[in-house]
Design a protein. Structure first.
Length: 140
């Protein structure tokens, strides 16, 4: 039970929150169409003539698992709910053509090319807040 704890993204501006239908937030250059996640304030395309013409766009919630691995040790300066447990990290290719790295909700039954869906879950909590992150959930 959360009680009075506020639920907040671990990094602001990565996904829409609060939301009944959370989405990752990308940047899209209005001039050349270059797409970036996370969003950037300028276009990364070296050939673009109007680098400051970037708009915010919401990305698809579903994609295909392009690659994955299991993280078996806790990286430095990384917090998650205790005790530390190995977790999956995947690269997901979304319909917009980006490949996005993120945690996976499980390490069971994963297959390259399988469908996955964006979910928002708790990473860790302190006395006042529950910190949220995006993860990819396999669709079996």
């Amino acid at each position: 039970m959360l009680g009075d704890k506020k639920r907040v993204p671990i990094v602001e501006g990565i996904f829409t929150w609060p939301s009944e239908d959370p989405r990752l937030i990308a940047g899209k250059c209005k001039s050349c169409g270059a797409l970036t996640f996370p969003k950037m304030p300028i276009c990364p395309n070296p050939e673009c003539d109007d680098k400051l013409n970037v708009e915010e766009v919401l990305l698809s919630k579903r994609g295909k698992l392009w690659s994955w691995t299991i993280q078996r040790y806790q990286p430095p300066a990384f917090r998650m709910a205790e005790p530390f447990k190995p977790f999956g990290i995947g690269i997901v290719e979304i319909p917009e053509g980006l490949r996005i790295v993120g945690m996976l909700t499980t390490t069971e039954g994963l297959r390259i090319g399988m469908d996955v869906e964006l979910v928002i879950e708790k990473l860790y909590e302190d006395e006042e807040k529950e910190y949220l992150t995006y993860k990819w959930k396999p669709i079996y």
